[in-house]
Design a protein around this ligand. Sequence first.
Ligand code: HEC
Ligand code: HEC
Ligand code: HEC
Ligand code: HEC
Ligand code: HEC
Ligand code: HEC
Ligand code: HEC
Ligand code: HEC
Length: 428
Amino acid sequence: MTRRLPAAAFLLAALASPVRAEEERNACASCHQQIQPGIVSDWRLSRHARAQVGCEACHGVLHTSSDDVALAQLPTIDTCQRCHALQAAQFRTGKHARAWTAVKVLPTFHHLSQGKVDDPSGCAACHRIGLKSAEEAAALRKAGASHGQASCDACHTRHLFSALEARQPEACRSCHGSLQYDAWASSKHGARHRLVTSGQLPAEAAAPTCQVCHMQNGDHANRTPWGNLALRLPPPQDPAWAADQRVILVALGLLGATGGDGPRADGLQDSGLLHLDRIDFENERHKLTQACRQCHGIAFVREELDRRDGLIRKADALCASAVREVAALYDDGVLQKRGPGPFPDLVQAPLASPVEQRLATIFFDHRARLMATAFHMSPDAAGWMNTLERDLFAIQAMADELRAPTPPAHRAIPRRKAVPAPAPAPGR
Ligand code: HEC
Ligand code: HEC
Ligand code: HEC
Ligand code: HEC
Ligand code: HEC
Ligand code: HEC
Ligand code: HEC
Ligand code: HEC
């Protein structure tokens, strides 16, 4: 008897916590079954339910009834990290983690096409995937936005938390739809994928999705060589291209007019807007090349990627010419200059005069579309390059108009001085 008591106590102690956890889980699930059956059934279908990861694992045990709802904890990446250390660590080093910071550095990035500058709630629809500091999280809660800080539920949505869902390009589409998804969908890669998923091609036929190229081996650190901005420091080795990239960097306020930091350089490190190291670029390039090599030969891949660099180079020449064109209007006293430095301020440009707005369009909108289509092997890239050329032409015409507002008949012969033509040869 005396020998059995400790054994029974041990058994009870061992059972006590799972039993209590099971009861709590059932209490949470059975009450919430009445309120949100959709949440409970998704959870029941999830790997979490099968692995005995209950509601309380993510929401805590402090809230147990309708009277104490405020005590329910809302998860952050830290919650998931307790059990998924690898994915959380990878995510923290990728660009998604910095999405919240980026909004503050370049508030007019999408040229107002995806939300208003003075209303970050519009930006939050996609950029909330980014991590927040404790102060930022508290400020958001104070402003009434206590939900939406989990980050990890962006691709495998709650409460299924399914890896299968996250592997589909649709998981990326809600945020990357109008640029990268549409571009990919119109490429041979996207076409193949559609034919495979509709059963018209064998299920094993090669058809790369976003994840095949950007999340190899399930790596959660999404990052590309060029980045969304396709600018880098040190700039590319080609001198003409480097000069063009510098002009753009100065106009963005990221670089000072005489080298060194520009007025917006502060957020640069935190936002990861640029690769600030040639090695980083080369490493990312190597990783991406490996992804292509699953299905293509190395010579083909190099050629394709180099050709795309050539397109950025050409686009940069057009954008830098446009910046110089508007700067000349300031120098000639035709247009009121804003902001510091010798060049127009690209970040303010979407809210400025018509010619400055057109300048913003060429960089923030049309160059981004060119990149998305070119990078994703969409034949639309050629059309976007034409659009950039037309933009520059329009800016030149507007500049002429501002300088000499004479009736059109008098300007049959353009008096335009040559703007440096974009160099054709690729290379980086
Ligand atoms: C007796 C019923 C009841 C029980 C038991 C219960 N809840 Fe709730 N819970 C509610 C109600 C009511 C709300 C708020 C109304 C709504 O969401 O529609 C709520 C809200 C929540 C929220 C949302 C909080 C927010 O800020 O959006 C979470 C998360 C939650 N419960 C988790 C749990 C977990 C985890 C348990 C078990 C530990 C649990 N609940 C047990 C009734 C219950
Ligand atoms: C208490 C530990 C725990 C916590 C906290 C937790 N998970 Fe899990 N998760 C698991 C376990 C266990 C599995 C199943 C692993 C297996 O079966 O191999 C799993 C599986 C997954 C899977 C794979 C599902 C599939 O379809 O294969 C995803 C995705 C996932 N969790 C995401 C999350 C996210 C996001 C969070 C935070 C909101 C989170 N988990 C929090 C333990 C946890
Ligand atoms: C529909 C989803 C969506 C909305 C809304 C949105 N963005 Fe974005 N944003 C993206 C995506 C996707 C990217 C990365 C790919 C790209 O360049 O399109 C991005 C990239 C950026 C970048 C560049 C980040 C980098 O590291 O290069 C900045 C800056 C930015 N957004 C600012 C904003 C601001 C400011 C707002 C609100 C006015 C906003 N975004 C609204 C989806 C969105
Ligand atoms: C693996 C972690 C995880 C588990 C397990 C989990 N949740 Fe959640 N839950 C989340 C995340 C992440 C959110 C989003 C939080 C946010 O928006 O800030 C959330 C949000 C909620 C919300 C508020 C948002 C809404 O749509 O109303 C409720 C209610 C909720 N969960 C109930 C439950 C219940 C009930 C269970 C168990 C059946 C459960 N959760 C299990 C991670 C989890
Ligand atoms: C950009 C989309 C995206 C985000 C954000 C994301 N995941 Fe994933 N996750 C995926 C994809 C895609 C897979 C499938 C990877 C594979 O199998 O190759 C996956 C798989 C997983 C798995 C299953 C791994 C396995 O080997 O079975 C877990 C666990 C997981 N993610 C956790 C997380 C956590 C934790 C976070 C937040 C730190 C997170 N994910 C954020 C896209 C994402
Ligand atoms: C066949 C491989 C491949 C597929 C599939 C693919 N990408 Fe890309 N992606 C690339 C390449 C190559 C680049 C340019 C990388 C560089 O050199 O910097 C890129 C760049 C990007 C960028 C940064 C540049 C930009 O346009 O803003 C984002 C964001 C991106 N891809 C998202 C996606 C999304 C979302 C999908 C799915 C809809 C997708 N990609 C599908 C290869 C791919
Ligand atoms: C909730 C919105 C959201 C979802 C879902 C999402 N992304 Fe993103 N993604 C963004 C935003 C916003 C950025 C820009 C962040 C930054 O650079 O500051 C971004 C950046 C990226 C980049 C980095 C480009 C660079 O600058 O190097 C890649 C690659 C990428 N996403 C791929 C994906 C893929 C693949 C998926 C799906 C598996 C996905 N994203 C799902 C919002 C999202
Ligand atoms: C999962 C396999 C797979 C991966 C990974 C992949 N591709 Fe493809 N790619 C294909 C298939 C299949 C086609 C259509 C058949 C063909 O043209 O070879 C294709 C077609 C192309 C085409 C059009 C060729 C033409 O002649 O019209 C280009 C360009 C291309 N891929 C570039 C790339 C680049 C660059 C990468 C890496 C960033 C890449 N692919 C990654 C499978 C893949």
